[in-house]
Design a protein around this ligand. Structure first.
Ligand code: GDD
Ligand code: MG
Length: 371
């Protein structure tokens, strides 16, 4: 079965993590997120997938190639300019065939039952089926009110609160009959959410909503990126990850050196070739990448540390993200959803708090930042 994945966005809200890495290629439990998403599709027989890329396309190509390593057939199509969600799929239509296709936003972590979704699409005779999920604040999403038969009445992208008549939003996984793309102008920026869906509804075409209470998270912001890790480590969604269990819920990769009196208190995941200094504490809901060095008596809690980071002695990193190759001197404190980009050098004693974000490759002298 065929699918298409929208992975061309700039991931602006996740900057600076997305400066060198497109959002779908950011690691989640040390696996590029898109690999998790593609394997989820494959589980339901969707094994021929077109990746609609735009921003940093080589990162996808270098990692996945033609998909044969995963037992899938992947086709990469790169836009010259952003074509919008629908324009991007129109642009790959020649690869999609005539039957229904599964189209996914490339930033959704979910365990949606795609088999049930496809069955629902057929049973309803829908031209488009949109997966729906309930959320507390629908204003950041596409609002989708239904009638009692599950037929979509309206599609309101990023509604204001006075338009909110339901808590059901577009969960970013669709089944489309490719014929609906015929009316879409080729090579133009065109949106599913603001153009195609409202247009089809106006013409009375059958668009249905498939409501699911499965796990669902849009990875669009640093807070959500941390939550996704916490949820996987907590077992809120099942995503197979590496490492061997060493003590309760502490998963540790190959060639990991753990210093004297270091404490590992899970749930946590540590990648390969990592060293943890004497007396360091790695505490719950932390994910540490490959090649990371943690200095003596450092404390890491609820954090995501990407590959090849060096954390100095007595540093504290809590509920924050540290980008690839970044080096923290001693006694640095990173907390409260702060995000440090890749390859930063932060001297001793700096304090990054209150969600501060630091651009990649910044060099910061000792004791300069107390935020
Ligand atoms: N190829 C390509 N070209 N991909 C794009 C483009 C483009 O021009 N624009 C966005 N994308 C991709 C992004 O990479 C992402 O994977 C996906 O399309 C959705 O874009 P986001 O920027 O993440 O949109 P959103 O989160 O604000 O809203 C969308 O998702 C919500 C669910 O998370 C909408 O579909 C909402 O209706 C929906 O509720
Ligand atoms: Mg999104």
């Amino acid at each position: 079965m065929k699918g298409a994945m929208l992975v061309g966005g700039f991931g602006t809200r996740l900057r600076p993590l997305t400066v060198n890495t497109p959002k779908p290629m950011l690691p989640l439990v040390n696996i590029p997120f898109l690999e998790i998403e593609l394997l989820h599709l494959k589980e339901y027989g969707v094994d021929e997938v077109v990746l609609s890329t735009g921003y940093l396309p080589v990162v996808f190509d270098e990692y996945f190639g033609d998909g044969s390593r995963m037992g899938m057939k992947l086709t990469h199509v790169t836009e010259d300019k952003p074509l919008g969600t629908c324009g991007a799929i129109k642009n790959v239509a020649e690869h999609l065939g005539d039957g229904p296709v599964v189209v996914c936003n490339g930033d959704i972590l979910t365990d949606l039952d795609i088999g049930e979704l496809l069955e629902y699409h057929r049973r309803k005779g829908a031209h488009v089926t949109i997966t729906l999920t309930p959320v507390e604040d629908p204003t950041a999403y596409g609002l989708v009110p239904l009638d009692t038969d599950g037929r979509i009445k309206e599609f309101l992208e990023k509604p204001s609160w006075d338009q909110v008549v339901t808590n059901l939003i577009n969960a970013g996984t669709y089944v489309l009959d490719p014929a609906v793309l015929e009316q879409v102008p080729a090579g133009e920026n065109y949106s599913f959410e603001r153009q195609l869906f409202p247009d089809l509804l106006q013409r009375g075409e059958p668009l249905y909503g498939f409501r699911s209470d499965c796990y669902w998270l849009d990875l669009g912001t640093p807070e959500k990126y941390l939550s996704a890790h916490h949820d996987i480590l907590n077992g809120g969604i099942e995503v197979p990850f590496g490492g061997k269990e060493m003590g309760e819920n502490a998963f540790v990769g190959r060639d990991v050196k753990i210093g004297r009196d270091a404490v590992l208190y899970g749930p946590l995941l540590i990648g390969d070739n990592v060293s943890i200094g004497a007396g360091a504490e790695i505490l719950g809901l932390t994910c540490i990448g490959n090649g990371v060095r943690v200095g003596p008596e450092a404390r890491i809690e609820g954090a995501v540390i990407l590959d090849d980071v060096t954390i100095g002695e007595r540093c504290v990193v809590e509920q924050s993200v540290v980008g690839r190759g970044t080096v923290l001197g001693s006694g640095v404190h990173v907390a409260e959803h702060s995000v440090l980009g890749d390859n930063i050098e932060a001297g001793d004693g700096n304090e990054f708090k209150r969600g501060i974000r630091v651009w990649p490759s910044t060099v910061i002298e000792a004791d300069k930042i107390k935020f």
